[in-house]
Design a protein around this ligand. Structure first.
Ligand code: PEP
Length: 253
Protein backbone atom coordinates (compact mmCIF):
# COMPACT_ATOMS: atom_id res chain seq x y z
CA UNK A 1 0.00 0.00 0.00
CA UNK A 2 1.29 3.48 -0.86
CA UNK A 3 2.35 5.47 2.18
CA UNK A 4 0.15 8.38 3.20
CA UNK A 5 1.65 11.74 2.21
CA UNK A 6 3.67 12.77 5.27
CA UNK A 7 3.20 16.10 7.01
CA UNK A 8 5.97 18.24 8.50
CA UNK A 9 4.34 20.76 10.84
CA UNK A 10 6.00 23.58 12.79
CA UNK A 11 4.47 24.74 16.07
CA UNK A 12 6.12 28.03 16.98
CA UNK A 13 4.15 28.34 20.23
CA UNK A 14 4.71 31.79 21.87
CA UNK A 15 7.96 32.51 20.01
CA UNK A 16 9.38 34.81 17.32
CA UNK A 17 8.77 38.38 16.25
CA UNK A 18 7.81 39.87 12.88
CA UNK A 19 11.36 40.30 11.64
CA UNK A 20 12.19 36.67 12.53
CA UNK A 21 9.07 35.43 10.73
CA UNK A 22 9.88 37.43 7.60
CA UNK A 23 13.43 36.02 7.47
CA UNK A 24 12.13 32.51 8.14
CA UNK A 25 9.56 32.72 5.33
CA UNK A 26 12.15 34.07 2.88
CA UNK A 27 14.40 31.11 3.64
CA UNK A 28 11.60 28.55 3.31
CA UNK A 29 10.29 30.13 0.11
CA UNK A 30 13.73 30.07 -1.53
CA UNK A 31 14.87 26.58 -0.41
CA UNK A 32 11.72 24.48 -0.11
CA UNK A 33 11.29 23.50 -3.75
CA UNK A 34 8.52 20.94 -4.27
CA UNK A 35 8.70 18.82 -1.16
CA UNK A 36 7.25 15.32 -1.06
CA UNK A 37 5.88 16.14 2.39
CA UNK A 38 3.00 18.49 3.06
CA UNK A 39 4.34 21.43 5.08
CA UNK A 40 2.41 23.37 7.74
CA UNK A 41 3.30 26.23 10.07
CA UNK A 42 1.40 27.17 13.22
CA UNK A 43 2.67 30.65 14.18
CA UNK A 44 1.41 32.68 17.13
CA UNK A 45 -1.62 34.86 16.34
CA UNK A 46 0.49 37.99 15.88
CA UNK A 47 2.39 36.36 13.00
CA UNK A 48 -0.40 34.57 11.14
CA UNK A 49 -0.75 37.25 8.50
CA UNK A 50 3.01 37.72 8.08
CA UNK A 51 3.48 33.99 7.52
CA UNK A 52 0.42 33.56 5.29
CA UNK A 53 1.66 36.44 3.09
CA UNK A 54 5.33 35.45 3.25
CA UNK A 55 4.58 31.92 2.07
CA UNK A 56 2.01 32.72 -0.62
CA UNK A 57 2.53 30.44 -3.61
CA UNK A 58 4.81 27.99 -1.78
CA UNK A 59 2.08 25.46 -0.96
CA UNK A 60 2.87 25.70 2.77
CA UNK A 61 -0.29 25.61 4.88
CA UNK A 62 -0.78 27.99 7.80
CA UNK A 63 -2.80 27.27 10.91
CA UNK A 64 -3.84 28.75 14.23
CA UNK A 65 -2.51 27.21 17.45
CA UNK A 66 -6.01 27.19 18.93
CA UNK A 67 -9.53 28.42 18.21
CA UNK A 68 -12.70 29.21 20.14
CA UNK A 69 -15.79 27.12 19.52
CA UNK A 70 -17.88 30.22 18.72
CA UNK A 71 -17.66 32.14 15.44
CA UNK A 72 -17.68 35.55 17.16
CA UNK A 73 -18.66 37.27 20.37
CA UNK A 74 -17.55 38.34 23.83
CA UNK A 75 -14.52 36.07 24.35
CA UNK A 76 -11.60 38.30 25.27
CA UNK A 77 -8.25 37.04 24.08
CA UNK A 78 -9.66 34.27 21.90
CA UNK A 79 -9.71 33.79 18.13
CA UNK A 80 -12.44 32.15 16.09
CA UNK A 81 -12.24 29.85 13.11
CA UNK A 82 -13.74 32.61 10.97
CA UNK A 83 -10.91 34.95 11.96
CA UNK A 84 -8.27 32.28 11.30
CA UNK A 85 -9.72 31.60 7.84
CA UNK A 86 -9.88 35.36 7.21
CA UNK A 87 -6.08 35.70 7.55
CA UNK A 88 -5.41 32.74 5.29
CA UNK A 89 -5.37 29.78 7.67
CA UNK A 90 -6.51 26.37 6.50
CA UNK A 91 -5.56 24.44 9.66
CA UNK A 92 -5.95 24.70 13.45
CA UNK A 93 -4.26 22.85 16.29
CA UNK A 94 -6.75 21.40 18.75
CA UNK A 95 -5.98 19.95 22.15
CA UNK A 96 -2.25 20.61 22.35
CA UNK A 97 -1.09 19.41 25.78
CA UNK A 98 -0.01 22.95 26.68
CA UNK A 99 -3.59 24.14 26.07
CA UNK A 100 -4.94 21.22 28.10
CA UNK A 101 -2.53 22.03 30.95
CA UNK A 102 -2.33 25.86 30.88
CA UNK A 103 -5.98 26.47 30.05
CA UNK A 104 -7.68 23.41 31.52
CA UNK A 105 -9.04 22.27 28.16
CA UNK A 106 -11.10 19.12 28.59
CA UNK A 107 -11.27 16.14 26.26
CA UNK A 108 -14.78 17.11 25.19
CA UNK A 109 -13.84 20.74 24.51
CA UNK A 110 -11.18 19.47 22.11
CA UNK A 111 -13.91 17.66 20.15
CA UNK A 112 -16.04 20.78 20.02
CA UNK A 113 -13.07 22.80 18.79
CA UNK A 114 -12.38 20.23 16.08
CA UNK A 115 -15.96 20.54 14.88
CA UNK A 116 -15.78 24.36 14.99
CA UNK A 117 -12.64 24.20 12.85
CA UNK A 118 -14.48 22.16 10.23
CA UNK A 119 -17.40 24.57 10.26
CA UNK A 120 -15.06 27.32 9.09
CA UNK A 121 -13.22 25.26 6.50
CA UNK A 122 -10.19 24.46 8.68
CA UNK A 123 -8.64 21.04 9.19
CA UNK A 124 -8.06 20.37 12.88
CA UNK A 125 -4.79 18.71 13.82
CA UNK A 126 -5.95 17.00 17.00
CA UNK A 127 -3.19 16.44 19.55
CA UNK A 128 -3.27 13.69 22.14
CA UNK A 129 -0.81 11.90 24.36
CA UNK A 130 -0.18 10.54 27.82
CA UNK A 131 1.79 12.14 30.65
CA UNK A 132 4.89 10.59 32.19
CA UNK A 133 2.88 9.54 35.22
CA UNK A 134 0.22 7.88 33.06
CA UNK A 135 2.85 5.98 31.06
CA UNK A 136 4.61 4.79 34.22
CA UNK A 137 1.26 3.60 35.57
CA UNK A 138 0.68 1.55 32.40
CA UNK A 139 -2.27 3.72 31.40
CA UNK A 140 -1.05 4.97 28.00
CA UNK A 141 -3.59 3.10 25.86
CA UNK A 142 -6.45 3.90 28.22
CA UNK A 143 -5.61 7.64 28.01
CA UNK A 144 -5.24 7.60 24.22
CA UNK A 145 -8.51 5.75 23.79
CA UNK A 146 -10.34 8.20 26.05
CA UNK A 147 -8.88 11.31 24.38
CA UNK A 148 -9.53 10.00 20.87
CA UNK A 149 -13.12 8.96 21.59
CA UNK A 150 -13.91 12.38 23.11
CA UNK A 151 -12.23 14.28 20.29
CA UNK A 152 -14.32 12.44 17.69
CA UNK A 153 -17.57 12.56 19.65
CA UNK A 154 -18.65 15.56 17.57
CA UNK A 155 -17.83 13.62 14.38
CA UNK A 156 -15.62 16.18 12.63
CA UNK A 157 -15.67 15.51 8.89
CA UNK A 158 -11.98 16.21 8.32
CA UNK A 159 -9.12 15.89 10.79
CA UNK A 160 -5.59 14.57 11.23
CA UNK A 161 -3.95 13.42 14.47
CA UNK A 162 -0.74 14.15 16.34
CA UNK A 163 0.49 11.72 18.99
CA UNK A 164 2.47 13.85 21.43
CA UNK A 165 3.53 12.06 24.58
CA UNK A 166 3.68 14.88 27.14
CA UNK A 167 6.91 13.54 28.63
CA UNK A 168 8.67 14.04 25.28
CA UNK A 169 7.51 17.59 24.52
CA UNK A 170 10.29 20.12 24.91
CA UNK A 171 12.23 17.76 27.16
CA UNK A 172 14.75 16.30 24.74
CA UNK A 173 13.43 12.86 25.76
CA UNK A 174 12.24 11.59 22.39
CA UNK A 175 10.14 8.44 22.19
CA UNK A 176 11.98 5.59 20.50
CA UNK A 177 10.63 4.68 17.05
CA UNK A 178 9.28 1.46 18.65
CA UNK A 179 7.39 3.32 21.38
CA UNK A 180 5.97 5.81 18.90
CA UNK A 181 4.97 3.09 16.41
CA UNK A 182 3.20 1.13 19.13
CA UNK A 183 1.12 4.18 20.10
CA UNK A 184 0.41 5.10 16.48
CA UNK A 185 -0.69 1.58 15.58
CA UNK A 186 -2.97 1.57 18.63
CA UNK A 187 -4.47 4.93 17.62
CA UNK A 188 -5.08 3.71 14.06
CA UNK A 189 -6.79 0.60 15.42
CA UNK A 190 -9.03 2.74 17.66
CA UNK A 191 -9.64 5.11 14.79
CA UNK A 192 -10.92 2.21 12.67
CA UNK A 193 -13.52 1.52 15.36
CA UNK A 194 -14.59 5.18 15.39
CA UNK A 195 -14.56 6.11 11.69
CA UNK A 196 -14.07 2.86 9.76
CA UNK A 197 -11.02 1.07 8.46
CA UNK A 198 -10.67 2.95 5.19
CA UNK A 199 -10.68 6.35 6.81
CA UNK A 200 -8.35 5.17 9.56
CA UNK A 201 -5.88 4.04 6.91
CA UNK A 202 -6.04 7.43 5.19
CA UNK A 203 -5.60 9.51 8.36
CA UNK A 204 -2.15 10.98 8.95
CA UNK A 205 -0.90 10.41 12.50
CA UNK A 206 2.04 12.69 13.26
CA UNK A 207 4.53 12.18 16.06
CA UNK A 208 5.53 15.12 18.24
CA UNK A 209 8.09 15.27 21.03
CA UNK A 210 11.65 16.59 20.70
CA UNK A 211 11.95 15.83 16.98
CA UNK A 212 15.12 17.28 15.46
CA UNK A 213 17.11 16.78 12.24
CA UNK A 214 19.27 14.15 13.99
CA UNK A 215 16.38 11.82 14.88
CA UNK A 216 13.83 12.57 12.13
CA UNK A 217 14.93 9.85 9.69
CA UNK A 218 14.68 7.02 12.21
CA UNK A 219 11.41 8.30 13.68
CA UNK A 220 9.68 8.55 10.32
CA UNK A 221 10.61 4.98 9.32
CA UNK A 222 7.87 2.96 11.11
CA UNK A 223 4.80 2.40 8.97
CA UNK A 224 2.23 4.24 11.11
CA UNK A 225 4.26 7.42 11.63
CA UNK A 226 3.13 9.91 9.00
CA UNK A 227 5.20 12.95 9.83
CA UNK A 228 5.94 15.29 12.70
CA UNK A 229 4.60 18.15 14.75
CA UNK A 230 7.77 19.99 15.76
CA UNK A 231 8.15 22.60 18.47
CA UNK A 232 11.65 23.74 19.47
CA UNK A 233 13.55 22.63 16.36
CA UNK A 234 11.00 24.26 14.06
CA UNK A 235 12.03 27.73 15.26
CA UNK A 236 15.16 27.42 13.16
CA UNK A 237 14.30 27.37 9.44
CA UNK A 238 17.44 25.37 8.57
CA UNK A 239 16.51 22.65 11.06
CA UNK A 240 12.88 22.65 9.96
CA UNK A 241 13.91 22.31 6.30
CA UNK A 242 16.05 19.28 7.23
CA UNK A 243 13.06 17.72 9.01
CA UNK A 244 10.82 18.42 6.00
CA UNK A 245 13.32 16.64 3.76
CA UNK A 246 13.53 13.64 6.14
CA UNK A 247 9.70 13.37 6.05
CA UNK A 248 9.72 13.68 2.26
CA UNK A 249 12.33 10.94 1.86
CA UNK A 250 9.95 8.53 3.63
CA UNK A 251 7.27 9.25 1.01
CA UNK A 252 9.43 7.77 -1.72
CA UNK A 253 10.25 4.44 -0.11
C1 PEP B 1 5.09 20.48 20.42
O1 PEP B 1 4.94 21.37 21.21
O2 PEP B 1 4.13 20.18 19.68
C2 PEP B 1 6.37 19.78 20.39
C3 PEP B 1 6.41 18.59 19.87
O3 PEP B 1 7.45 20.43 20.93
P1 PEP B 1 9.00 19.95 20.90
O4 PEP B 1 9.31 19.54 19.49
O5 PEP B 1 9.77 21.14 21.34
O6 PEP B 1 9.11 18.78 21.83
Amino acid sequence: MARRRPIAAANWKMNLLRRDAEDYCRHIASDLGEPAAEVLIFPPATLLQTVAEGLTGTGVGVGGQDLHTAAEGAHTGDLSGVQLADVGCTWALCGHSERRKDHGESDSLVGRKALAANEHGLVPLICLGESDEERRAGRTFEVLERQLKAALETTPAAFELAYEPVWAIGTGATATPEIAQEAHAFLRQQLAKEVGKQRAQATRILYGGSVKPENAAELIAPEDIDGFLVGGASLDSTKFLAIIMACGASARV
